[in-house]
Design a protein around this ligand. Structure first.
Ligand SMILES: NC(=O)c1ccc[n+]([C@@H]2O[C@H](COP(=O)([O-])OP(=O)(O)OC[C@H]3O[C@@H](n4cnc5c(N)ncnc54)[C@H](O)[C@@H]3O)[C@@H](O)[C@H]2O)c1
Length: 364
């Protein structure tokens, strides 16, 4: 269908990378379209994506063929497609920086990170050698230095950048300028899952607003058993995640709730849940005659595949931006696929904007 494969590099071969790669091969080799927002996006199917380079720092992944590393512990997401052919890609050692939180060492190795001893490679060189056109950043929450390092590497290597985690890069005007000046498209920050806690909470918030209900209080709390949740037990690492998740919901309100009346955040780690994430949302409001309206909701999802199809769309959007010579933050696809985009729109507006972008009626 497509003219050529989209060459993608990945920083962080964790659960999200595993789901993404399984999905690329699953949808590439079957006719199934269940779970896809766009079976075709700009002339590209999911199977038209090729991973050409991957970086990690865990001793069970570095030096391994990518098709093995995605199933190595502590990855624990569901395996929905294990027929991954030999990719020819070996996972390279990245610089660790703040990627591994010290508290990880207090947990058994099957569920936690363990640093590899190798010297890091020259990431910019590797990106250039691999021919990568797009770099997806999957650093753990709170890896501020590591995330910025990979963003700089993308800039230096001239590779489009997708920031799947909540270090504010694409939504930061200084960084945005750098991408514009270098002629590179960027999508970010912090991926908004297919039907995850954020989009459900946003849509309900918009529903209350549109139906004239005054929102008085709300919370959203999440827990799971993957390394993303283990990492977030270190509260200091959580600051940007909390901002990203809270603003994603608060941006849907005309009268913004103050910090006391809105609580949004990850809260605990339960190892046996593995990649199953549980989310509780409560919304309290006042309707006609100030009568009370309360919603209590429980969402249970497999966390990592929930973001896989979203990134598959973001990669294809980055590719069509490259083809069209569009540089800097891509506002429509960022608003649709990310929790903390440069500009927030409602999910319906963002969806319409994305369709216009795909058809070429909107520049970014
Ligand atoms: N649905 C979702 O799962 C979802 C949604 C929104 C955001 N995110 C974010 O995406 C990111 C990735 O999530 P995940 O579930 O794949 O996490 P994960 O813990 O499974 O994977 C992170 C990977 O990064 C590696 N790593 C750590 N430091 C590194 C460094 N300096 N260089 C290279 N690799 C390094 C780890 O070894 C691990 O393999 C997280 O920040 C998460 O919050 C995920």
């Amino acid at each position: 269908m497509a003219k050529e494969k989209i060459k993608v590099a990945i920083a962080g071969v964790g659960n999200c990378a595993s789901s993404l790669i399984q999905g690329i091969y699953y949808y590439g080799e079957t006719n199934d379209t269940v779970g896809l927002m766009h079976p075709d996006l700009g002339g590209y199917g999911p199977g038209d994506i090729e991973i050409v380079a991957a970086f990690d720092v865990d001793e069970r992944k570095v030096g391994k063929p990518l098709e093995e590393a995605i199933f190595a512990p502590p990855n624990c997401t569901m395996v929905f497609w294990d027929k991954i052919p030999k990719t020819g890609v070996v996972v390279k050692m990245g610089p660790i920086f703040d990627g591994i939180s010290p508290h990880m060492m207090e947990y058994p190795e099957e569920i936690s990170f363990r640093p590899a001893k190798q010297e890091p490679v020259d990431v910019v060189e590797e990106l250039k050698k691999s021919g990568a056109e797009v770099l997806v950043n999957y650093m753990p929450v709170g890896s501020e230095q590591a995330a910025r390092f990979y963003a700089e590497a993308a800039l230096e290597a001239g590779v489009a950048f997708i920031n799947a985690m909540p270090t504010f890069i694409v939504s930061d005007s200084q960084w945005a300028k750098k991408f514009e000046e270098k002629g590179i498209p960027a999508i970010g920050d912090d991926v908004k899952s297919q039907v995850g806690a954020t989009i459900v909470h946003r849509v309900l918030t918009k529903l209350f607003e549109d139906r004239g209900v005054k929102i008085t209080r709300t919370y959203q709390t999440n827990f799971g058993g993957n390394t993303d949740f283990l990492n977030m037990l270190e509260r200091k690492r959580l600051a940007t995640k909390r901002v990203s998740k809270t603003e994603a919901v608060r941006s849907m309100m005309k009268d913004k709730l103050d910090d006391y009346h809105i609580y949004v955040g990850p809260s605990d780690f339960i190892p046996w849940l593995k990649d199953n994430k549980i989310c509780y949302i409560r919304m309290e409001g006042e309707g006609f005659g100030h009568h009370p309206i309360i919603i209590d909701l429980k969402l249970s999802v497999e966390d990592s595949p929930n973001s896989g199809g979203i990134i598959i769309d973001a990669i294809r959007a980055a590719k069509i931006a490259l083809e069209r010579g569009v540089a800097g933050p891509l506002l429509s696809i960022s608003a649709y696929t990310m929790k903390h985009p440069p500009v927030q729109y409602t999910d319906w507006e963002a969806r319409k904007m994305v369709e216009e972008f795909i058809r070429g009626e909107r520049e970014r």
